[in-house]
Ligand binder design. Structure first.
Ligand code: UDP
Length: 329
């Protein structure tokens, strides 16, 4: 299938492009390179630099490449920034994808896959999280994704769009061969920050809160390997054949891991000491988030290859060790 991957030069998008090609699909990348890296996309993959909100440009790409399905990864995802600058988030994560969906409808492209997020659930009343639990996001980032999910529902009813919305837990790790991995600027995610502290690129790692009601007092999250996330996207493709499909899936391993466990595992994998500073809670962080992803496993036959944190962190370590400056080399 001809698949347009918007944000295909970013962290999750670039891993998905690899998996699409490996599964025999033809991936085409559209990325504005604001956060993405050109070097994250192989030279053999058609690449268009531009913005998803540019209807004329996107329309031309849809036609020229005979696109049948669009995967959308190009969202802003800094929770704190979304609180300070909500309009930026609603514009990029909601208004522009609406323009994209209009363009798809105009050009007769009827299949869509969305990177959604566990942030749409807010602070869950129960754990693990299942898909039909109430969604009450506690920040504009999560709200913008939930709003887009609702736009998709209405578009499916009105225009027959078939879509899958994947609610990611914490994407982590890097390609097995170490050639692509996580490279954000600024970096805010725990695993790369801890690895950079181990490598001496940062003075220390801060633990955001040690007084949570969790076994060791630090937040629990569900770290899922980026290649496992990507494989779910490919597994969804055959389920989007019939018009009007509305699919929602949690993607996580279901294993809660604390901030301290992440730090200990980085030390174990790298053999290096991580300088740690205990700090206050970060506003907007729920104490504990982990998935029940049995729906994706059962309906999509999604298999999790990287179940334990050590294997996931080993792939991240391999990427950072061999690319200390990320893609800027
Ligand atoms: N975290 C931390 N120190 C950091 C960055 C993150 O203690 O420097 C914690 C954060 O509070 C959360 C977990 O690590 O509990 C994962 O945070 P991250 O930003 O990686 O992902 P999020 O869960 O916010 O999507």
């Amino acid at each position: 299938m001809n698949v347009l991957v918007i944000g295909g030069a970013g962290y999750i998008g670039s891993h998905c492009v690899r998996q699409l090609s490996a599964a025999g699909h033809r991936a085409v990348v559209l990325d504005n390179l604001v956060f993405g890296h050109r070097a994250a996309v192989g030279a053999e993959v058609p690449f268009y630099q531009g913005d998803l909100g540019d209807a004329v440009f996107v329309g031309q790409v849809l036609e020229a490449e005979k696109i049948e399905l669009v995967m959308h990864f190009a969202a802003f995802a800094f929770v704190g920034e979304s609180v300070e600058n909500p309009l930026k988030y609603y514009e990029n994560n909601l208004a522009k994808p609406i323009t994209l969906l209009k363009t798809m409808v105009t050009h007769g492209v009827g299949k869509f896959v969305l990177s959604s997020t566990c942030a749409t659930y807010g602070v869950p009343a129960e754990l693990p999280i299942v898909e039909d639990m109430p969604q009450n996001p506690i920040n504009p980032y999560g709200q913008s994704k939930l709003d887009l999910e609702n736009v998709l529902r209405a578009t499916a009813v009105a225009h027959g769009l078939s879509f899958a919305s994947f609610r990611y837990f914490n994407a982590a790790g890097a390609a097995q061969d170490g050639s692509i991995g996580e490279d954000h600027d600024p970096e805010t995610h725990l695993i790369p920050l801890v690895i950079q502290a181990a490598m001496g690129q940062r003075k220390s790692t801060s633990i955001f809160g040690t007084d949570y009601p969790t076994p060791d007092g630090t937040c629990l999250r569900d770290y899922v390997h980026v290649d496992d996330l990507s494989r779910a996207h490919i597994a969804a493709i055959p389920h989007l054949e019939k018009p009007g499909q509305q699919l929602f899936y949690n993607l996580g391993t279901g294993k809660p891991q604390s901030v301290r466990e992440v730090i200990d595992t980085v030390e174990k994998v790298s053999g290096l000491k991580v300088p740690v500073q205990e700090g206050p809670r970060r506003p907007g962080d729920p104490p504990s988030l982990y998935a029940d992803s049995s729906k994706a496993q059962n309906e999509l036959d999604w298999k999790i290859h990287h179940l334990d944190l050590e294997t996931i962190i080993a792939t991240a370590w391999n990427w950072h060790k061999t690319h200390p400056e990320g893609f800027r080399e």
